[in-house]
Ligand binder design. Structure first.
Ligand code: NDP
Length: 252
């Protein structure tokens, strides 16, 4: 089997995984953060879990990328830069800025996310630096420009929203409050909205099925979580703003 064929099957597997995850997560909230609960096996500290599960998205991605025949070309390098802008923060900075007492997450969740990130790093890095073709003028074309702009908008929203959540707690403080400011005026989970916009943008900039599979997976993962968080906020805080939606302002 050629590598191109194998890559195609792995991308297909990612779409199937997205569909299965979506159905499962609509029924059962993943047991981390506010939904952490016993019965999911051994646990690890949340910060270590974040670093473990996200590290393939930085390290494996760079290794696979560097082995590609087009790794020195402009368009692949720009896509690599956008990817790493997000993942270096998510893997090595974000976990150490989290506030709250030493939370734990099930090892099972961290391992599943680790495996997912290995698959995702391979299919996307391999595509942009080796299997895909990007013409010389790709960086000035409409797909890259529109996609990169959407990525940067989503990334900014995600960063701003994660920052608002972080500042709800003082160092060492635990517990939950009603977030406000930024896009929290309109939705309960603008951090997830930003994440979805960012990967949708990246998939447009890369114009690849592998990128699309990751964007679809992100929706499949974060839409059910946003609905669960929103329900939780409404049940927990009687004064929760009634007009606030879960994920999409005025719509959902
Ligand atoms: P959450 O919004 O559940 O939590 C983020 C942090 O904020 C946690 O430390 C949490 O504490 C704290 N927090 C959340 N709500 C409140 C509140 N009301 N008051 C005080 N503190 C609060 O986000 P996730 O952990 O689900 O995700 C973190 C980031 O990772 C997001 O940017 C998300 O987009 C991204 N992500 C991306 C995925 C993908 O598929 N691409 C999948 C999952 C996450 P605590 O841990 O105590 O709940």
């Amino acid at each position: 089997m050629s590598e191109q064929t194998l890559h195609g099957y792995l991308v297909l597997a990612m779409f199937v995984l997205a569909a299965l995850s979506f159905v499962a997560l609509l029924r059962v909230a993943a047991p981390y953060g506010r939904f952490v609960r016993p019965g999911w096996g051994p646990t690890v500290p949340a910060r270590a879990g974040w670093v473990l599960m996200e590290s393939p998205a930085v390290i494996l991605f760079v290794v696979v990328y560097a082995l590609g025949r087009n790794s020195a070309a402009d368009a692949p390098m720009a896509l690599l830069a956008l990817w790493q802008l997000h993942y270096i923060n998510r893997t090595f900075i974000y976990p150490f800025r989290l506030r709250g007492r030493d939370k734990r997450i099930p090892l099972l969740i961290a391992l599943m996310a680790f495996l997912f990130n290995c698959l995702n790093a391979y299919i996307n890095a391999r595509w942009i630096s080796h299997l895909g073709e990007y013409p010389q003028d790709w960086l000035t074309g409409p797909a890259f420009l529109a996609g990169a702009l959407l990525f940067l908008c989503g990334w900014t929203i995600n960063q701003q929203s994660d920052g608002i959540l972080r500042r709800l707690r003082r160092s060492g403080e635990d517990g939950y409050k009603i977030p406000d400011g930024g896009l929290y005026r309109w939705v309960s989970c603008p951090n997830y909205l930003g994440e979805i916009l960012a990967w949708t943008g990246w998939s447009i900039a890369a114009w690849s099925l592998a990128g699309l599979a990751f964007a679809v997976f992100t929706v499949a993962n974060l839409l059910p979580r946003a609905l669960a968080n929103h329900r939780w906020y409404r049940q927990t805080f009687p004064d929760y703003p009634a007009s606030r939606r879960a994920l999409l302002p005025f719509l959902l």
